[in-house]
Design a protein around this ligand. Structure first.
Ligand code: AP5
Length: 191
């Protein structure tokens, strides 16, 4: 699931996980948990998140590899806000291939910038997230454009990318995602 900050990746990933029983892996949530638990790694990474910068690839990939290996018998994974760089994407393909698996679908959730600002500043009143303010949001958006948007071509070439209109209601977006996943599962069964 990829898209700019506030596009609804987390909201939709939870709904997909509930509906299909996939393991929901959010690197943002995992990193925030490390910070909240004041672990060594959390303290080291806090400054990246507070500034809206990406944490180093190696750290995130290690976390993802461990999560995948702990859940090898699951029916599937939904990666929320991951991968975010070409390096993360390439290494994820390698980790999954070693486990006889692969990424089937990549959703890009498109939302206008004005609406993103509305959502993130709206959430800021309750989220307690140090990166939910307008200054850091602007940097998160810039980092997204520079580091993560190149994945658009990466997954388009693999014919896995589906663009989703994220301006619809939460249920409207979910209905489209649900249909796409059901079609994909069906065509995998028929192969
Ligand atoms: P992360 O936690 O992934 O944040 P993000 O990508 O900036 O995304 P958000 O969580 O802000 O938004 P979302 O798209 O999930 O939207 P949501 O559903 O919450 O990453 C945080 C930081 O961690 C990064 O900046 C980086 O430092 C680090 N990091 C994470 N992953 C990394 C990686 N792989 N590599 C390196 N660094 C990494 O919705 C937002 C709001 O909108 C909510 O209030 C929601 O209720 C509302 N909303 C959702 N959908 C709708 C809708 N359709 N209509 C109206 N409102 C809606």
């Amino acid at each position: 699931m990829f898209g700019p900050p506030g596009s609804g990746k987390g909201t939709q990933s939870v709904k997909i996980s509930d509906k299909f029983g996939f393991i929901h892996i959010s690197t943002g949530d995992m990193l925030r948990e490390e910070i909240n638990n004041k672990t060594e790694i959390g303290l080291e990474l806090k400054s990246y998140i507070d500034k809206g910068e990406l944490v180093p690839d190696e750290t995130v990939i290690k976390m993802i590899a461990s999560k995948i290996n702990q859940n090898l018998s699951s029916t599937g994974f939904i990666f929320d806000g991951y991968p975010r760089t070409i390096k993360q994407a390439i290494l994820t393909d390698e980790i999954l291939a070693k486990n006889n698996s692969k990424i089937n679908l990549v959703f890009s959730i498109d939302v206008d910038e004005e609406e993103l600002i509305k959502r993130v500043t709206g959430r800021a009143t309750t989220s307690n997230r140090t990166d939910d303010n307008i200054t850091v949001f602007q940097n998160r958006l810039e980092v997204y454009k520079k580091m993560t948007l190149p994945l658009f071509d990466f997954y388009s070439h693999q014919k896995k990318l589906i663009r989703i209109n994220g301006m619809l209601t939460v249920d409207g977006v979910f209905s489209i995602l649900k249909d796409e996943i059901e079609n994909c599962l069906l065509s995998n069964i028929q192969k």
